[in-house]
Design a protein around this ligand. Structure first.
Ligand code: PXP
Length: 254
């Protein structure tokens, strides 16, 4: 799907509910409860990253998300044989292949799909053949988009981390890269998503990019939930996305 999207989907990443749970062990707070609340608050999908070191989401969480949650599950995974087997067993709606380093606090940059093309091919092919919508988490860069096409991945997710961390003119420069890459993705026939580090303050200009179909947001929403509740945090994010998209569409048709 490469057409401009009028509706921008929101995938809520629940990893950090599991981070808090794991800080003490036990079952509280339960990521499944967060997923159910996210569904009620208007999330269009649930995203969860099963890391190799299982630092937050566990295998049991994935079993339960697949069995008990009706929203589409976007499983973030490293390109490893273990994760491929888990994805093929569960057949989530989507699998987003991310780079993973054990020592990183979060996914620091995009997957270098251009360099890793030969290594990734098996993953995109096997996931795709199983009917799983494959996405590659990449930097906004034409070389990475072309690699996604060559690998037969129907979806890319643009890493918004650098944009979110920058300020002033530097932020504008990163936003321009995202705008260009989203447009190039659409021209190449890729469905384009974006995410990482998005907040109430940074989401608007990204949501306004017309060829984006989905945003995946986690850490900020879970943090904000401490102060205002998850339902309110998701609803506010949803409304900021809708407002930015509506304004951008209005400007283009005016
Ligand atoms: N998209 C991808 C591919 C990610 O790896 C992450 C972080 O797990 C996110 C989106 C969400 O990022 P954040 O938690 O900073 O909102």
């Amino acid at each position: 799907m490469s057409a401009k999207a009028t509706y921008l989907r929101l995938g809520v990443n629940i990893d950090h509910v599991a981070t808090i749970r794991n800080a003490r062990g036990g079952r509280h707070p339960d990521p499944l409860r967060a997923a159910r609340q996210a569904a009620q608050a208007g999330a269009d999908g649930i995203t969860a990253h099963l890391r190799e070191d299982r630092r937050h989401i566990s295998d049991h969480d994935i079993d339960r998300l697949v069995d008990e949650i009706d929203l589409p599950l976007n499983l973030e995974m490293a390109a490893t044989p273990e994760m491929l087997a888990i994805a093929l067993r569960h057949k989530p709606h989507a699998a987003c292949i991310v780079p993973e380093k054990r020592t990183e606090v979060t996914t620091e940059g995009g997957l270098d799909a251009a360099r890793l093309r030969d290594d990734l091919r098996r993953y995109t092919q096997e996931l795709g053949a199983a009917g799983i919508r494959v996405s590659l988490f990449i930097e906004p860069d034409i070389r990475q988009l072309e690699a996604a096409v060559a690998l037969g991945a129907p979806v890319v997710e643009l890493h918004t981390g650098a944009y979110c961390e920058a300020e002033g003119a530097e932020r504008d420069r990163h936003l321009a890269r995202l705008v260009t890459a989203a447009e190039q993705a659409a021209q190449l026939g890729l469905e384009c998503h974006a995410g990482h580090g998005l907040t109430f303050d940074s989401v608007g200009p990204v949501a306004a990019i017309p060829s984006l179909h989905e945003l995946n947001i986690g850490h900020f929403l879970i943090g904000e939930a401490i102060f205002s509740g998850l339902d309110s945090a998701i609803k506010r994010m949803r409304s900021l996305m809708d407002k930015a998209r509506a304004e951008a569409m209005g400007e283009r048709s005016a």
